[in-house]
Design a protein around this ligand. Structure first.
Ligand code: FCB
Length: 485
């Protein structure tokens, strides 16, 4: 029977196997956990850190659930030793964290703040002492507010400032950090930030949002050159390519998926890995995509070879055709592309409302592999789920839904690897419950529970499950404990 459009092509295997049956990965495959600066560090005004666009956004009424902010978050800035201890116990090979630009270079240009760099210096040394390989993301959404005041990513100059900042960080930490990620999910910065308006800076723009996307890519390319100049070992970028399914098999829904794929995926993947601007941009944005923000030679900068591509994956998106809310193309936002997300039938949802459909993880990876022959090896840089967690009377958190989610998604990943997709590693999101952007502290993604009133950390059942997986992988592959891979 031919799959219906909503049914993933690889459906059929027993993905929801018993949690006892651990997925298997080849020798050399590495495991980690991920976090991001603004979501965990706190210490928002300490040691010379200046505000980022997220500090500003959180202070605007109605932007973040419960009026929360990352002012304190998990207080990781002061508790990083304890947190590295949790990583060591977990047995990860690598830890993905992000560096806060407004800590290192508070005004986004000019003078570097040595105290800001010192924090990451201490963190990196602590990780190495625990046998954990550091993986640093340079931009996880916290643009210095001073740069936003000068146009932010709408301005081409910000791309150059980003490369300069990358150079400062790599010169200080590059002797000990083998893996660098330039940007995290530029889709969210460009479109959730500047077109949907749900993330900082929280605007709803048209052509400027497309300029933001281009300048992010340019900034990435310039930062790659800067990192290479410092002798950085492994350089990549983290994207969140979506697995997009049509709501029905109508031609209109197929076209909606094509436009959504342009917005979500092709804007990034085509220039980075296929040496072209997205094929369907005129169909998607009409006159907004006039390329006025591009210059000759940009594609070459953007397409500089990478050592890996980071993929964040959580859930599929089912898309239907929907009339434009704003008929005048010049007044549309860049997110107004005539599509509507519809629910996925017959699957569980996490507390984010995201459908749980692990088969689509395999499908996405196979699809990327097929579409982009120029893709470097992949690293899964985020995957995880937000669930209803509570510390029980026995003092622990029995997060069976998260265990099932991780189990099923890691099996789905192993299937893609078995079918020949070159994936080298997996980072779970997240080590700790943390500040989940517009949702504030309502959504918990951690394998370690955080009581925000006391900052007490409690490993959940999923932490123990992941620990067992890592130990099993090592025992089976003969991999030395916490190797660098
Ligand atoms: C990703 C972000 C990460 C986290 C997860 C749940 O989009 O990169 O910071 O919020 O989603």
């Amino acid at each position: 029977m031919a799959p219906t459009p909503q049914q993933p092509a690889s459906a059929g295997g027993p993905v929801n196997g018993p949690a006892g049956h651990l997925p298997r990965f080849p020798a050399g495959f590495t495991f980690g956990a991920a976090t991001a600066a603004y979501q965990i560090e706190g210490a928002h005004d300490e040691d010379g850190r200046a505000p980022s666009i997220w500090d500003t956004f959180c202070r605007q009424e109605g932007r973040v659930a419960d009026g929360d902010s990352g002012d304190v978050a998990c207080d990781h800035y002061h508790r990083y030793r304890e947190d590295v201890g949790l990583l060591r116990e977990l047995g990860v090979d690598s830890y993905r964290f992000s560096v806060a630009w407004p800590r290192v270079q508070p005004q986004g240009s000019g003078a570097v703040n040595p105290a800001g760099l010192d924090f990451y210096d201490r963190l990196v040394d602590e990780l190495l002492a625990a046998g954990i390989s550091p993986a640093a993301t340079l931009y996880h959404w916290d643009l210095p507010q001073a740069l936003e005041d000068r146009g932010g990513w709408r301005s081409r100059d910000t791309a150059h400032r980003f490369a300069e900042y990358a150079d400062h960080v790599a010169r200080r930490l590059g002797d000990r950090v083998p893996r660098w990620i330039t940007l995290n999910e530029p889709f969210c910065t460009a479109f959730v930030g500047h077109a949907v308006g749900r993330h900082a800076p929280g605007t709803r723009e048209g052509r400027p949002a497309l300029a933001v996307a281009h300048h992010l890519l340019l900034g990435h390319g310039l930062a790659v050159a800067a990192l290479r100049g410092t002798g950085a070992k492994e350089v990549g970028i983290t994207l969140n390519p979506d697995h997009l399914l049509p709501a029905t098999d109508s031609p209109a829904d197929a076209a909606a998926v094509r436009r959504a794929r342009t917005l979500h995926n092709d804007v990034w993947l085509d220039p980075l890995f296929a040496g072209r601007y997205p094929e369907h941009e005129a169909e998607t944005w009409g006159p907004l995509a006039d390329g006025s923000y591009r210059r000759e030679g940009d594609l070459e900068v953007i397409g500089a070879p990478l050592d890996f591509a980071g993929v964040n994956y959580y859930r599929p998106l089912v898309m239907a055709d929907a009339p434009h809310e704003e008929p005048d193309p010049h007044r549309r936002t860049a997110a107004d592309i005539g599509v509507r997300e519809v629910g996925m039938a017959g699957v569980r949802r996490t507390t984010m409302g995201w459908p749980v459909a692990p088969e689509t993880f395999t499908d996405l990876l196979l699809d990327l592999d097929r579409r982009y022959p120029g893709l470097p090896p992949l690293v899964i840089t985020e995957n995880g789920s937000a669930e209803e967690d509570a510390v029980g009377e026995d003092g622990t958190v029995h997060d069976a839904d998260r265990v099932a989610y991780l189990h099923d998604h890691l099996h789905a990943l192993a299937r893609a690897v078995d079918q020949g997709v070159d994936v080298r590693g997996y980072y779970l999101w997240s080590l700790l419950d943390n500040f989940e952007w517009g949702h504030g502290y309502r959504k918990r993604f951690g394998v370690v529970h955080v009581d925000y009133a006391t900052q007490r950390r409690t490993p959940k059942d999923s932490y123990h499950w992941y620990r067992r997986l890592l130990a099993d992988h090592r025992a089976r592959t003969g991999q030395p404990p916490r190797s660098e891979g």
